[in-house]
Design a protein. Structure first.
Length: 598
């Protein structure tokens, strides 16, 4: 009898366990089915949201003509008035001069007429043939000039008039403020939905192996997005397109990290916070250009020291010495040096025509590129060189300087290829990836196959396989995004950076300072060069260099660097109430200067 009872107990336990296992399997299948449904829906919705976000930002940033600002006037003897539309103006006979005086006695670039944020003006002769005089006295250096003063340029006299507080207030009220036609709040709601669905998709795909960092990081990203918007609104700024596009790209970058290394999302989030902090700090610092000028030399010294320390102490990893480790924390000094490089190169107008100052920057740029080449980080060296070309041309206006630099670089490339044959081998595989898919074309062929398998709408977050390839989340981030989120979202990420670049170039023509204009153009040059090398390199359209995709590739140093560069783009935004790097206007009545109108 007891034996039968034991058999019955064992049978009941067996059937109970079998039922529990069956129930568990059913639950897993249900969850898998739910995850499949979520992925299927979000695959179709995400490209639509992404397209609307990028389109709204592009229309707001690029539609219409940039509005003019007038800060003063030069009145010629016959009554002709020349408007001064910048804080820094070239006066001369050249067709490209900001204030053109078409007289033979006036040099092509005769003088610089500059304004400070407080409304004071200085005039400086630019080694002209016949000199410059203020109130009949020939000047030798920067000289203050006030409303009503007569300024003589090579024998041509003009009466200078500065805008008053009343003029500037009326001008500010008449200009269109961003965010009126296309509300940034509505765009942010759409971006929030995009980030939320992206987080849900990667969370659902993880299943039982879910890392808390995945949902936590995406939710924190949304909170940070709205916090930054609240800060800018608190500063009475209505332009938020640069930040919106940056957060859009960052959200895709979080997706790339979530599929390759979910636990690293906390580090990415921390670096994002640091990057946003750098963005606001640099933007606020640039409000005072006199202070920014003083910082140029220290920034150059810091940049060189970082590269030298990296070169002398870092260990070689896969042929390159571009990582520095301090106390268990690893970072790429070259990423931070990008900010130093642009800060040093974006000189203000009174120094642009000083040959000694330009040569000093050429020497600094050459030292940076040589250090990077010695580290075997040729991709980053190419990025620095592209930025140098833009800065050198904008500062000198000389094609000869650019051609000389290109010739010197060609010689340097030849010497590197001769000394390091493996660099030539990397170039040899360019355009022939499919001929050696297991060797020199390994990364490129995998990226192209992954992008093709993802199609227009992708396989869904976490469902790709490219992330299993070594360093795919940095060097082949475009491929991961295309495979998992689809070609539409990946192309929109590229377009987001292109929109930022076009916007920066348009803004440069109306930027209040040449510092802002040069820094913005150099910054987007860095971003576009990285974009081209990452996307086209992984698709075998350019040599594969391992350069990161801005804000999408995994990496904390790159995250901080890109947000810092975006501060320069924001500073060039001359739209009314757009940039926190530009003061809204002079508050109160300033002290009257001699002859100044109220």
């Amino acid at each position: 009898m007891c034996y039968n009872i034991r058999v019955a107990d064992i049978a009941r336990k067996f059937y109970r366990r079998e039922a529990a296992e069956t129930e568990l399997l059913n639950s897993i299948e249900t969850l898998a089915g739910a995850a499949g449904i979520i992925t299927g829906i979000t695959r179709l919705v995400l490209p639509v949201l992404a397209a609307v976000v990028v389109l709204r930002c592009a229309v707001s940033m690029l539609s219409g003509k940039p509005e003019r600002e007038v800060w003063g006037w030069l009145t010629l003897p016959k009554g002709t008035k020349i408007e001064l539309e910048n804080w820094e103006n070239i006066v001369g006979r050249s067709a490209s001069a900001d204030a053109r005086l078409d007289y033979r006695s006036v040099s092509r670039t005769h003088a610089a007429l500059t304004r400070d944020p407080q409304g004071g003006w200085l005039v400086q002769d630019l080694r002209s043939k016949d000199g410059t005089a203020v109130r009949g006295r020939k000047i030798k250096g920067p000289t203050p000039v006030h409303s009503g003063d007569t300024v003589t340029f090579g024998g041509v006299s003009a009466v200078f008039t500065a805008s008053t507080v009343r003029d500037e207030k009326a001008q500010a009220q008449a200009r269109l403020k961003p965010g009126v036609r296309i509300r940034p709040g509505a765009t942010l709601i759409l971006l929030t939905e995009f980030i939320l669905l992206l987080g849900i998709q990667y969370t659902a795909a993880a299943g039982e192996e879910l890392e808390p960092a995945v949902p936590g990081a995406f939710l924190a990203l949304i909170v940070l997005l709205w916090a930054v918007y609240a800060v800018t609104r608190g500063l009475h700024r209505t332009g938020f397109e640069v930040e919106t596009l940056a957060f859009f790209l960052t959200s895709i970058g979080f997706g790339v990290c979530a599929t390759s290394d979910p636990a690293a999302l906390w580090k990415q989030l921390l670096c994002l916070v640091l990057g946003v902090g750098a963005y606001f700090f640099i933007g606020s610092y640039l409000r005072n250009l006199e202070r920014a000028k003083v910082l140029r030399v220290p920034m150059a010294v810091i940049g060189i020291i970082l590269l030298l320390v990296n070169l002398l102490t870092a260990k070689s990893v896969f042929g390159a010495k571009n990582w520095l480790q301090i106390g268990g924390i690893s970072f790429q000094p070259s990423e931070l040096v990008k900010i130093c490089f642009i800060f040093t190169g974006a000189a203000t107008l009174d120094r642009l025509f000083q040959r000694r100052n330009l040569l000093a920057f050429v020497a600094f740029a050459a030292a940076c590129v040589l250090c990077l080449a010695a580290m075997s980080d040729f991709g980053t060296a190419a990025v620095f060189f592209a930025a140098y070309i833009v800065i050198a041309f904008m500062r000198s206006g000389s094609f000869a300087t650019v051609l000389l630099s290109l010739a010197g670089t060609a010689l340097g490339v030849f010497m590197v290829i001769t000394a390091r044959p493996y660099v030539l081998a990397r170039f040899a595989s360019w355009g022939h990836a499919w001929e050696d898919p297991q060797g020199g074309g390994f990364q490129q062929t995998r990226t192209m196959a992954a992008a093709a398998s993802g199609g227009l709408f992708g396989l869904g977050g976490g469902n790709g396989r490219l992330h299993r390839v070594f360093a795919a989340d940095t060097d082949m981030a475009f491929g991961i995004a295309a495979e998992e989120l689809g070609l539409i979202v990946a192309v929109l990420a590229v377009l987001a950076l292109l929109v930022l670049a076009v916007f920066a170039v348009r803004s440069a023509g109306h930027a209040r300072s040449s510092f802002y204009a040069i820094a913005a153009c150099a910054s987007v040059t860095v971003l576009l060069t990285q974009l081209a090398l990452n996307v086209f390199g992984s698709l075998d359209l350019l040599p594969f260099t391992g350069v990161t995709f801005p804000l999408i590739s995994k990496g904390g140093s790159s995250m901080i660097s890109v947000w810092g560069l975006l501060a320069f783009v924001k500073a060039a935004d001359a739209r009314q109430n757009a940039s926190f790097a530009i003061a809204l206007g002079r508050s109160g009545e300033r002290k009257k200067r001699g002859g100044e109108r109220e």
